[in-house]
Design a protein around this ligand. Structure first.
Ligand code: G3H
Ligand code: 13P
Ligand code: ZN
Length: 305
């Protein structure tokens, strides 16, 4: 079933679990995530970034994602991840996405509010839900309290932002960052800040940069020639502390990429005579599917469809 993020996330917040928003880039990652959701009886968000729209072409990626969702026995949404301007959001709504993120987190507050409102006004009449972001996802280790306050989401501002924009879901910054190098030492989130945000903001919240960077994925990729020393992600316990505090969507891309990398490298290293793309990418799809299933179990969405 093709549904919106709001359809998936309101019950998730109410019942204390989170929907995995898994970034897909091509046929292999898309079918891996969709099959994982069906096998785990889990709702899922198929997250598509603007750079994937460029890479795959909007008709192809939206066509594949909508087909997967429409034919699945579990609910799925087709979501634009980190839409950077009004135009890309409008194009994706036009192409049949059921949810768009407008990421104005890099703008001044008033500009972020104005842009988010503009997207809400365009998307809501078409039944499409909107995610906005407040605060910046950046490394916060070794920063002063003042610096952290400037980067992380301010709870009172979040309340006003939601009231003024009419947005459906809000991404907050509580110490995560994108990519494979999130922390140098302890992987810790500002859970107290999230607790206060969740008391002030009733709509479902979103956690970006939520990959765990499992060491076994790093070790496997490195074993076959990758150079990913010092990669470090979120402790899964930290993510699991955040979910009952209103986080209803947890974004994961890096862990899927790491799974893909290790599997491709293994085939190429062990089977130098292989030249069938399906034999090279098939194991990568299986590895992505395995990580996707683990996320559904860890975030509590497995069995909820
Ligand atoms: O948060 C961003 C996602 O990981 C997408 O990254 O623009 O390289 O597809 P991308
Ligand atoms: P990771 O880099 O931690 O996987 O975050 C992905 C993300 O936030 C996509 O929007
Ligand atoms: Zn993100």
């Amino acid at each position: 079933m093709l549904v919106t993020n709001k359809d998936l996330m309101v019950p998730a917040r109410k019942n204390g679990y989170a929907i995995p928003a898994l970034n897909v880039q091509n046929l292999e990652s898309l079918t891996a995530v969709a099959e994982a959701a069906v096998e785990e009886k889990s709702p899922v968000i198929l997250a598509i970034s603007p750079s994937v729209v460029k890479y795959a072409g909007l008709p192809y990626i939206s066509g594949m994602a909508k087909t997967a969702a429409q034919n699945a026995p579990v609910p799925m949404s087709v979501h634009l991840d980190h839409g950077e301007n009004f135009e890309i959001a409008a194009k994706c709504v036009e192409a049949g996405f059921t949810s768009v993120m407008i990421d104005g987190s890099f703008l001044k507050l008033e500009e972020n509010i104005a842009l988010t409102k503009q997207v809400v006004n365009m998307a809501h009449p078409k039944g499409v839900s909107v995610e906005a972001e407040l605060g910046r996802l950046a490394g916060v280790e070794e920063r002063t309290v003042e610096e952290k306050d400037a980067i992380l989401t301010d709870p009172e501002t979040a309340k006003e932002f939601v009231e003024q924009t009419g947005v459906d879901t809000l991404a907050v910054a509580i110490g995560t960052s994108h990519g494979a190098y999130k922390f140098k030492s302890e992987a810790k989130l500002d859970i107290e800040r999230l607790r206060i945000i969740s008391q002030k903001v009733a709509i479902p919240l979103v956690l970006h940069g939520a990959s765990s960077v499992p060491q076994q994925l790093i070790e496997k990729a490195n074993k076959y020639g990758a150079q990913l020393g010092n990669a470090k992600g979120n402790a899964i316990e930290e993510i699991q502390k955040a979910i009952p505090l209103g986080i209803a969507k947890v974004n994961v891309d890096t862990d899927l990429r790491l799974a893909f990398l290790g599997a491709v490298r293994e085939v190429l290293a062990n089977s130098p005579k292989e030249f069938d793309p399906r034999k090279i990418l098939g194991p990568a799809k299986a590895a992505i599917k395995e990580v996707a299933k683990t996320k559904m179990q860890q975030f509590g969405s497995a069995g909820k469809a």
